[in-house]
Design a protein around this ligand. Structure first.
Ligand SMILES: [Zn+2]
Length: 404
């Protein structure tokens, strides 16, 4: 065995167990394993989670500062379109490496990033992230979604096709902010037919209940037979429609097996500007889960014109999801953890579970209380990728004054 992790608490096991890791996989989970390992670590009752999966981020924008005076999505887009014209490959790679380092420190072992693919000059960022995907393969599984709009111009369409041909993993877009959302959806599905790649869109990032492209997305997903191949992030306007409409759309989303991603931090920052009372802007997480829809939670933007906050700490996002979606019961808190582990792992073809035969992507938490993963996100002490220890954090704590 390469590793034995002794005395750890794992979801699904009533007792404290030992974990044996060999050849990148979990070889055994049992109490008092007799095996010995090349390396052993006594976790002294600490919690072990499957590697966290951050399925919606923007590495090309991360750490570009927060110059957005109105705080709105539209100003963020305008500021970003200017910013990216002056940002070279070197700066982009340096910031993206920092983002991945933060993600790994926080226990993330798989991450999906969107990257702009509109102007021909955006292909520099696409190429840079493709090279980063190779460079960091030992550390993290990285998927790249091309965020463009093939319906808007010949240049945009060519850029998206080229980015996909270069090796990007998924077709992205944000139909609701294009001049003709339905035509944009049709162009996205045409690209899916042409390339066979899955779809991952920014959907209805607006408070306008009349902008409901999620319904059209579900319709087209079924018509093209792409059930299980489509992901929809945000889906904010679903929270602003009346109950019968919401029910119908959620049923259609469930039938089309669309994977929904909620992004509570950015929605809280960007949505509801100018509204009184201020709405939360997050989608209907509870209702979607109750209808059997797979829902994940993710970071979205970090320290850029869209959002000044964040550090790719996915347990913080799980906590925000619980708070904003009012999922505070014990089972609901556990579901919030699923939204950053088992649910998004499906997009990477993993189970996201700790069990014999599964990939050994693991994170050690500095707590003995499993629920605290969501209620009080603890320090991450180590991250394992395919059975290899990628990062370890050691802490020294001392109460200097015990009896003042
Ligand atoms: Zn996004």
């Amino acid at each position: 065995m390469n590793w034995i992790l002794r005395n750890t608490r794992v979801q699904g096991y009533a007792e404290i167990v030992d974990i044996a890791i060999d050849a990148g996989k979990i070889a055994a989970v049992a109490t008092n394993l007799p095996d010995s390992g090349d390396q052993e670590w006594d976790l002294a009752g600490r919690v072990l989670l499957p590697g966290l999966v951050d399925c919606h981020t923007h590495l090309d924008k991360a750490y570009t500062g927060a110059v957005n005076h109105s705080g709105t999505l539209l100003e963020a887009i305008d500021v970003w379109r200017q910013t990216k014209l002056t940002r070279g490959r070197k700066d982009l790679l340096s910031a993206a490496r920092r983002a991945l380092e933060q993600a790994t420190l926080h226990g993330v072992t798989a991450l999906r990033t969107h990257v702009d693919a509109e102007l021909a000059s955006d292909l520099v960022a696409v190429e840079a992230l493709l090279s980063l995907r190779e460079e960091t393969r030992h550390q993290i599984d990285l998927q790249i979604v091309v965020l463009g709009s093939a319906s808007q111009s010949a240049e945009f369409a060519t850029t998206m096709r080229t980015a996909l041909d270069m090796g990007a993993d998924c077709i992205g877009g944000a139909p609701a902010i294009t001049p003709d959302p339905l035509a944009d959806l049709d162009a996205i599905f045409a690209l899916a037919e042409r390339t066979g790649k899955p779809i991952d869109l920014h959907i209805d990032e607006t408070e306008d209940p009349h902008m409901l492209t999620l319904a059209a997305l579900a319709e087209r997903t079924l018509a093209h037979g792409l059930q299980g191949q489509v992901t929809a992030g945000h889906c904010c306007s679903l929270a602003f429609v009346d109950e019968p409409t919401a029910g119908k759309v959620i049923d259609a989303v469930a039938a089309a097996q669309i994977h929904i991603v909620t992004l509570p931090l950015c929605n809280l920052v960007l949505m509801g500007r100018g509204h009184r009372p201020v709405p939360r802007g997050v989608t209907r997480v509870k209702e979607l889960l109750a209808a059997g829809v797979t829902v994940s939670a993710a970071s979205d933007n970090v320290q850029d014109p869209f959002n000044p906050f964040g550090s790719h700490d996915l347990l913080h996002i799980a906590q925000l999801t619980a708070a904003t979606a009012h999922m505070t019961g014990i089972d609901e808190l556990s579901q919030c953890l699923d939204m950053v582990t088992t649910h998004p792992a499906r997009l990477f073809g993993h189970s996201g579970r700790i069990a014999p035969g599964k990939v050994a992507d693991l994170v050690v938490l500095d707590t003995q209380t499993p629920l605290e993963a969501v209620t009080a996100p603890p320090l991450r002490l180590a991250t394992f990728k395919r059975g290899k220890l990628v990062v370890k954090t050691e802490v020294m704590r001392e109460f200097v004054i015990r009896d003042p």
